[in-house]
Design a protein around this ligand. Structure first.
Ligand SMILES: *Cc1c(COP(=O)(O)O)cnc(C)c1O
Length: 362
């Protein structure tokens, strides 16, 4: 089905602006040489701005899950505490297990978030050397109180905080330096509104030091190599060159539109529109947010449907009307729908989407 720009509201991949798609048609350049250095140098500052960091931002030619695996292999020595409130929190835990680490899961029901007291309690009871968590849990629309959780982690010595910020970074505040995040990662196809295929991340100095003491951290996704490459403004291997062209173009577009702060603001407004719509129309339609107030992502809204409706059917009816949205994820497949209001969508498009959704639900 053709999905003209503006009607593709999946919570990733999200719509890609034609100018960004166009940038990918440029001819190849050698991956070792001046053109590549110039390309990477040009992106260094804008990427730091995006991540709110003074450290170099790493670019990997893999999807975000690759950097989740990197976080585990290079950041966890023996035992990790994984915060799980949905599918991506569970994925982080599963990756740690698959990499041979001992995993303790701190779990809340779908749509819930781990709160600072729960985390403090868990860290006091069990000795771990790292914590994995998801900031914006795309499967439930729940937003973890990242700043507060980071403070709790930092009350414990030698515990690293590894953060999946895939649907938050670029769409709402993520303060890599100010919140002292040891590893923060995102992927290209969510709030950054690029095609899938790139992972971006920042690593703390203390995690680099730890990584050097972990012998089996792998090769392709070794954080030490990726960090050094970022420092030297070189790729590790042959990168996804066309996607780098797209990233460079998108960074220019973000800058021209007022920078990352303006982008956060747009996402907040899009979220407010969904929020107000649910508040005004929701009760009569039987629709409500899955997560609690104050714990809702600005980039993805997960709405619980009345029992008479099925999320897959609603998503199908929306698609027939020309609007792509997500049905629920995993166990929430039929009981919820998900609207991905992230990337380059506009507030007007969100309003239009909600009008169509209101018609289909009633
Ligand atoms: C999409 C997503 C991922 C995984 O991204 P891939 O690019 O498919 O590897 C991880 N975490 C969150 C929160 C996501 O939304």
């Amino acid at each position: 089905m053709s999905s003209p720009y503006g009607q593709f509201f999946l919570p990733g991949p999200t719509e890609v602006h034609p100018e960004v798609l166009e940038a990918m048609t440029a001819p190849m350049i050698p991956h070792r040489g001046e053109a590549m250095s110039t390309l990477l140098e040009g992106m260094a500052k804008p990427l730091q701005h995006l991540f709110r960091t003074s450290r170099p931002v790493m670019i990997g030619s893999c999807s975000a899950t690759g950097y989740m695996e990197m976080a585990v292999r290079s950041g966890v020595q023996h035992r990790v505490l994984s915060l799980v409130g949905g599918a991506f929190g569970a994925r982080f835990a599963a990756l740690a297990g698959a990499c041979g680490r001992e995993v303790m899961r701190l779990e809340v029901p779908l749509g819930g978030t781990i709160e600072p007291d729960m985390l403090r309690d868990a860290l006091d009871r069990s000795e771990v050397d790292a914590v994995t968590m998801v900031h914006s849990e795309t499967s439930t629309g729940a937003l973890a109180p990242l700043e507060e959780l980071a403070q709790v982690v930092h009350e414990h010595e030698n515990v690293l905080l590894l953060v999946d910020a895939v649907t938050s970074l670029g769409g709402m505040p993520v303060e890599s330096d100010a919140w002292k995040l040891d590893f923060v990662l995102t992927g290209s196809q969510k709030a950054m509104a690029l095609p899938p295929g790139l992972a971006l991340g920042v690593v703390s100095e203390r995690m680099i030091e730890r990584a050097r003491t972990i012998p089996e951290r792998g090769g392709y996704l070794d954080v030490v190599a990726h960090h050094e490459a970022a420092v030297n403004q070189q790729p590790t291997n042959t990168p996804a060159i066309s996607l780098l062209f797209a990233l460079a173009r998108q960074l220019q577009r973000i800058d021209a539109a007022g920078g990352v702060e303006a982008r956060w603001e747009t996402h907040r407004t899009m979220f407010r529109r969904v929020h107000d719509w649910v508040a005004q129309k929701g009760s009569s339609l039987g629709v409500e947010f899955l997560p609690e107030a104050d714990r809702r992502s600005w980039t993805v809204s997960c709405l619980r449907l009345p029992e008479t409706l099925n999320g897959r059917t609603i998503a199908k009816q929306m698609a027939d009307a020309g609007w792509v949205i997500g049905s629920g994820y995993g166990d929430l497949k039929t009981s919820t729908i998900r609207l991905g209001h992230m990337g380059d969508h506009t507030v007007e498009q969100v309003d239009h989407l909600l009008d169509v959704l209101g018609e289909i639900l009633s």
